[in-house]
Design a protein around this ligand. Structure first.
Ligand SMILES: [Zn+2]
Length: 458
């Protein structure tokens, strides 16, 4: 009750409260549902995010699509009017909804007029509690999920995946290291019992966070306690541990993408070391630095690549940094040379202090306009849920400010001293090779024809 009283106060006042985007009052209902309510600056609208703590990572390779399939099934209808009737109800309330299944969670994303916020939440609650899953709905949802994944998984595609021809460089490396499933997960074999089990085990209030940002109704806290407080908690299910590197991968490999072409891509990928004593943002700043260094060398100094870039990616429990460049196929040796020199130069001289400080200030400044409006703010809270503590989200600008040049240098050294993995993507043949192959074939054909005519004359 105390939290309820506080929530009333919160929604009733404090225009300054709305301005500090990192301050968000959150509380938990007795059934474990976590609520984050933030009055936004835009009137007449609310952004709703219901984050359910179940994602693709919670399932084995074969059953990976279970949470995604369930997410689709939950839109199949709450009564005899089915999927269409459900959508019509949302239309009548003037809202829009969608849902996404990621590695870590399943999230329902809703934008709605403020005046209908409680009715929209009622509809969402009905979807969670009243949707009946039958075989027809399961088959329809399977088709949709299959189409989203790029159509029917053909024998050819499966074969290409096994031959490493169907993956991009970083995905391919993740497969080699045992961080990612080698083949696309299929949906055909998934059963209704499995789906019901997932629903029971994970779609519980103590595994959900409801984020609401915008023109919040004063009666919202009382409504939530009454309506959403009815949901029954379950014994929390354990998340399966994220995969770690289990296998070794070749230091260097060429991946054939396509048959003929003059382009190529160069990638150097390396696992980010876990450095306990460094700020989380150190590698973000290092990425900005490497991105700029690549641009200066690959594009401005040597004119080898139009859009070279440094990227950070997560596979299982392992973060990767990658240096990437799109190239002309003939420039590959020179580009590799430039990349080696870039790394050697950084290891020898360290990061340039002026450049580091300039990029750090730019990253801090970017935070001032990075998140605009109710919807972006709701998305931000969703993405940063792990950083929420005692009514506050961590302020990235402050975290960035804390990263020193010495820390960034330490991270850079630990990163670049590793051999990493070199991956080259290029088509099987260059344009020239292709033309010579055609000329060769024509030549053979003409020779054959001649030989045949000589043979006939005799
Ligand atoms: Zn989907």
């Amino acid at each position: 009750m105390r939290c309820l009283l506080f929530a009333f106060l919160l929604l009733g006042s404090f225009p300054s409260f709305a301005l500090d985007r990192f301050q968000v009052e959150g509380y938990t209902l007795p059934n474990g549902l976590q609520l984050l309510l933030k009055p936004g600056t835009e009137r007449g609208h609310v952004a709703i995010r219901l984050v359910v703590g179940v994602g693709l990572d919670d399932f084995s390779c074969a059953d990976k699509e279970l949470p995604h399939l369930l997410e689709h099934l939950l839109f199949s209808g709450i009564d005899a009017t089915g999927e269409g009737g459900l959508e019509e109800r949302m239309q009548a309330l003037g809202g829009e909804w969608n849902a996404y299944t990621s590695n870590a969670d399943t999230t329902f994303v809703i934008e709605a007029p403020a005046k209908n916020q409680r009715k929209v939440l009622d509809l969402l609650l009905a979807l969670l509690t009243q949707t009946r899953i039958d075989d027809n709905a399961i088959n329809a949802a399977k088709q949709v999920v299959e189409r989203e994944d790029g159509g029917h998984y053909s024998h050819l595609q499966r074969w290409l995946d096994r031959q490493d021809l169907g993956h991009t460089a970083s995905n391919q490396l993740a497969v080699e290291l045992g961080l990612k499933c080698p083949e696309r997960a299929e949906v055909d074999h998934l059963t209704r019992e499995q789906l019901e089990t997932v629903r029971k085990a994970w779609y519980a209030p103590n595994n959900m966070t409801l984020i609401m940002v915008g023109d919040l109704d004063r009666l919202l806290p009382a409504y939530l306690e009454r309506a959403w407080g009815e949901l029954d908690a379950v014994d929390p299910a354990e998340h399966s541990p994220l995969p770690e590197i289990k296998a070794s991968a070749a230091h260097e490999r060429t991946l054939s993408h396509g048959l003929v072409g003059g382009g190529a891509k160069l990638h150097w990928l390396v696992p980010e070391p876990v450095l306990e004593d460094l700020h989380d943002e150190t590698f973000d700043l290092l990425k900005d630095y490497l991105d700029w260094a690549l641009y200066r060398q690959m594009r401005l100094a040597h004119g080898l690549s139009y859009g070279p870039s440094a990227e950070r990616e997560l596979f299982g429990g392992v973060g990767f940094m990658s240096l990437n460049a799109d190239l002309e196929r003939d420039d590959l040796p020179e580009a590799q040379q430039v990349l080696e020199e870039l790394k050697a130069g950084l290891l020898k001289d360290g990061l340039d202090a002026d450049t580091f400080n300039r990029l750090k200030q730019a990253a801090i400044s970017r935070q001032a306009w990075a998140v605009q409006g109710n919807s972006a703010l709701a998305d931000y809270y969703w993405s940063a849920l792990g950083d929420y503590e005692d009514g506050r989200f961590a302020d990235p600008a402050r975290e960035l400010q804390g990263v020193t040049l010495a820390e960034a240098n330490k991270a850079m050294r630990e990163l670049l001293l590793q051999p990493g993995y070199l991956r080259i993507e290029k088509p099987l043949m260059s344009d020239d090779q292709f033309i010579w192959a055609i000329v060769g074939l024509l030549g053979l054909f003409v020779l054959g024809l001649l030989a045949w005519r000589i043979h006939r004359k005799r």
